[in-house]
Design a protein around this ligand. Structure first.
Ligand SMILES: *Cc1c(COP(=O)(O)O)cnc(C)c1O
Length: 401
């Protein structure tokens, strides 16, 4: 039996992978078991923004592997402080709480917001509300899918916790209307990634911040996908000059190697946590800390946000200039790009399969959106050779009809 069949036999079918067996990666490229090379335009949902096996990340990781890996936070370790200090300095936040996956950091943010509402804002016991957006994606735990508006994410998994209220994304009037004296926080993605690369109106976050400040509500931005340069600024909030009250990071923070996430916040919010309130066996371990530290350092030193900005504009313009009848819309910011396929003429899955056959890997989000999110270390030359292939693939799909 081949390994695809074996995986299908033993692995839960909670994904539907493209039929390619990857065995090696380097920079923007990955190779399959037959030695064929592909440009990785998926970057593991933006977790591989630094490219595969970045030499600086490999050395940081391997050096730490000879020293100390995991001891739990029952003890201090020498790598956590520099990592969190750097994350706080870069984000303008006071304190950080280290976790592993994105969903765990979102759960941490929810716990912090609720406890802040009770202990600091003075909301009555068990009444705290958190406002979230329609079409959000914040992860897969029961609490988080409970406030998802995607039926498939929820189907068969109820009952769900109370205390969440959904409003339309991009609508500041709806935010102001939804706020009550019990509102603890507004949790929002600066750009909805899994929701289909949805960019809100200009100035949206700035206005959200004003409304939140006026009503003493925490603005918590989930930048797990949009953070660390992906949208052309270090954080997507920077486009609006907003420093949120809480910031959630993950994905690229692990340098494409480990699950590393953080919830960052103001001192008065983070100080609601006392020893024993919350924790994680692996969160903040020395191995994760050195990788997170190096991932942050690389992002700044290599000016990855600027690269994403320049390459992203070129990428989007080229896609628009193709004027393909299959494409309804090209949208995004930096190197987080969504191409809306006309569902009458083709499907996103079909486009992804054709791209794969021509050496470009990416995946659809929903039925109609093809995502292009290459590593931020992509060079102009690498991008241009990929764009030639993308043009050719769209042409041949157009002719096929
Ligand atoms: C991927 C993602 C998450 C969940 O992260 P996991 O590491 O898969 O738990 C949460 N929020 C956003 C915006 C994401 O893109």
């Amino acid at each position: 039996m081949n390994l695809i069949d074996t995986e299908n036999l033993y692995c839960a079918h909670n994904y539907l992978p493209l039929p390619v067996m990857l065995v090696r990666g380097r920079g923007v490229y990955v190779w399959d078991d037959k030695g064929k090379r592909y440009f990785d335009m998926m970057s593991a949902y933006s977790a591989v923004s630094h490219g595969h096996l970045h030499p600086r990340l490999v050395s940081a990781l391997t050096a730490q592997l000879t020293q100390l890996t995991v001891v739990s936070r029952a003890f201090y370790t020498d790598k956590l402080a520099p990592f969190l200090q750097k994350a706080c300095e870069l984000s303008g936040q006071d304190k950080a709480l280290p976790m592993n996956t994105g969903a765990e950091a979102v759960e941490t943010a929810i716990k912090a917001a609720r406890k802040w509402a009770y202990k600091v804002k003075g909301v009555a016991a068990d009444k705290a509300e958190i406002i979230t957006c329609n079409n959000n994606f914040h992860g897969r735990t029961i609490t988080i899918i409970g406030f998802s508006t995607e039926q498939q994410y929820k189907d068969g998994f109820g009952p769900f916790p109370n205390g969440f209220k959904n409003i339309p994304f991009g609508d500041t009037d709806a935010l102001e209307t939804a706020i009550t004296e019990n509102t603890a926080a507004f949790l929002v993605e600066p750009i909805q990634g899994e929701g289909g690369i949805i960019v809100p109106p200009d100035g949206y976050l700035k206005k959200c911040q004003e409304i939140c400040q006026k009503h003493n509500v925490l603005l918590i931005c989930d930048e797990i996908q949009t953070g660390l340069g992906r949208t052309g600024k270090l954080f997507a909030c920077d486009h609006d000059n907003v420093t949120p009250d809480g910031l959630i990071l993950g994905k690229a923070l692990g340098g494409g190697m480990l699950a590393v996430s953080l919830f960052l916040s103001r001192k008065d919010v983070m100080d609601v946590f006392t020893p024993g309130d919350h924790g994680s066996t692996f969160g903040g371990n020395p191995l994760s800390s050195v990788v997170g530290f190096e991932a942050l350092k690389l992002t700044v030193e290599k000016q990855l946000p600027d690269a994403a900005n320049t390459l992203g504009e070129h990428f989007m313009q080229t896609l628009k200039d193709m004027n393909s009848p299959l494409i309804k819309e090209v949208r995004g910011r930096g190197l987080l790009i969504g191409v809306e396929i006309d569902g009458e003429l083709s499907s996103a899955r079909k486009v992804c399969e054709a791209l794969m056959n021509n050496g470009i890997l990416t995946k659809e989000t929903h039925e109609t959106v093809v995502r292009f999110a290459p590593p931020l270390v992509t060079t102009k030359g690498e991008l241009d050779s990929a764009l030639i292939i993308i043009k050719r693939v769209f042409k041949s799909l157009e002719e096929e009809r």
